[in-house]
Write a protein that binds this ligand. Structure first.
Ligand SMILES: NC(=O)c1ccc[n+]([C@@H]2O[C@H](COP(=O)([O-])OP(=O)(O)OC[C@H]3O[C@@H](n4cnc5c(N)ncnc54)[C@H](OP(=O)(O)O)[C@@H]3O)[C@@H](O)[C@H]2O)c1
Length: 318
């Protein structure tokens, strides 16, 4: 099995160009998945404070370090500042909590999870609702102020790189015009159905890597969704390359120039997903797959956050 290449970040550091997502890994499932993935050559792991599993990811990494399978410097861990910690005075504490959960001395990459802040109630309340409603209590903390506090984490050596997640082009530009330390990545949903071509090009010109979440479109096999995993043309292209549709979907976002982070806790799929570095999609095949872009989002932010908030990122074209 060919291993994942690395991508050079704008601060000179490197990030493995393929990772394991861990959203919705139940306890122990996550520990086992990360340990198995390390054995199988994964070196990049994506978690978040809000996933409640930083400790599982950290436990697995530390076990593999103590077994002598990897060294800390071989592993790249991303975690994210949750929306209730956007006030600059809360950022360092939040980062230190993530470090404590992970049991690590530093975080490789720390992202602002989403551009909109939520009202802080306590550490357990991730989503504060307006009483008796399903509307989230957001605040108006400017993400530029949050970014300044993120920069200070790099200066203090708590994190090696900082980045964004779910930011649109205008928001990224605003950060770039006002920052001391550039974001190395913007982690966004990107798949065959939401190919993010304009945002990828915008970020490429500014030396920012796109990391692709939901690269498989969060499959729902009983509904045979997303269709690109179950139907032609993906199926036929997969047969031609003796690969699976999931591998074609992951190779597609990789060839768009992004870093896919598919989640799986299933051993055979952990094997399958990283096995995409021994073949190439032709430019004709890429063009055929480009046509499957619908703009549909599988991620949940778009469904839960008030789209009238001034920092809501998904109204802009990209
Ligand atoms: N920054 C953000 O706002 C944000 C938002 C969403 C996600 N993320 C990150 O991105 C990662 C990936 O996104 P995601 O988990 O939402 O979606 P995804 O990776 O597109 O889909 C994950 C689902 O696909 C299944 N699966 C994995 N490999 C498969 C294969 N080869 N064939 C068929 N099914 C397969 C998994 O099942 P099993 O586990 O049962 O194998 C799981 O149910 C997350 O885990 C998280 O780390 C970030």
């Amino acid at each position: 099995m060919a291993s994942a290449p690395k991508v050079k970040l704008n601060n000179g550091l490197e990030m493995p160009a393929f990772g394991l997502g861990t959203l919705m890994c139940k306890s122990n499932e996550g520990v086992e998945a990360v340990k198995y993935a390390i054995d199988k050559g994964y070196r990049h792991f994506d978690t978040a404070y809000a996933y409640g599993n930083e400790n599982d990811v950290g436990t697995a990494i530390k076990e593999k370090i103590s077994e002598g399978v990897v060294k800390r410097e071989d592993i790249f861990v991303t975690t994210k500042l949750w929306c209730t910690y956007h006030e600059p005075s809360r950022v360092e504490d939040a980062c230190r909590k993530s470090l404590e959960n992970l049991g690590l001395d530093y975080i490789d990459l720390y992202l602002i999870h989403f551009p909109i802040g939520f009202v802080y109630v306590d550490d357990k309340t991730l989503i504060p609702y307006r009483e008796g409603t399903s509307s989230i209590l957001t605040n108006d903390v400017d993400y530029l102020d949050t970014w300044k506090a993120m920069e200070s984490l790099v200066k203090k050596g708590l994190v090696r790189s900082v980045g964004l997640s779910n930011f649109n082009a205008e928001q990224i530009e605003r950060v770039l015009k006002n920052c001391e330390i550039k974001p190395v990545t913007n982690q966004v949903e990107c798949s065959i159905e939401l190919n993010q071509k304009k945002l990828i090009e915008f970020c490429r010109q500014r030396d920012i890597v796109i990391t692709s979440y939901c690269p498989l479109g969060r499959p729902n096999p009983s509904e045979r969704k997303p269709s690109f995993l179950f139907e032609n043309p993906t199926k036929a292209i997969a047969e031609k390359h003796k690969k699976t549709p999931a591998q074609i979907a992951l190779r597609y976002v990789f060839q768009l120039g992004t870093v896919p982070i598919p989640k799986s806790v299933t051993k055979s799929r952990i094997d399958e997903n990283i096995d995409i570095f021994d073949f190439e999609l032709s430019s004709d095949e890429m063009k055929v797959l480009d046509k499957l872009h619908t703009g549909n989002r599988a991620g949940t932010f778009v469904k839960i956050v008030d789209s009238d908030h001034p920092y809501f990122p998904f109204k802009a074209e990209f």
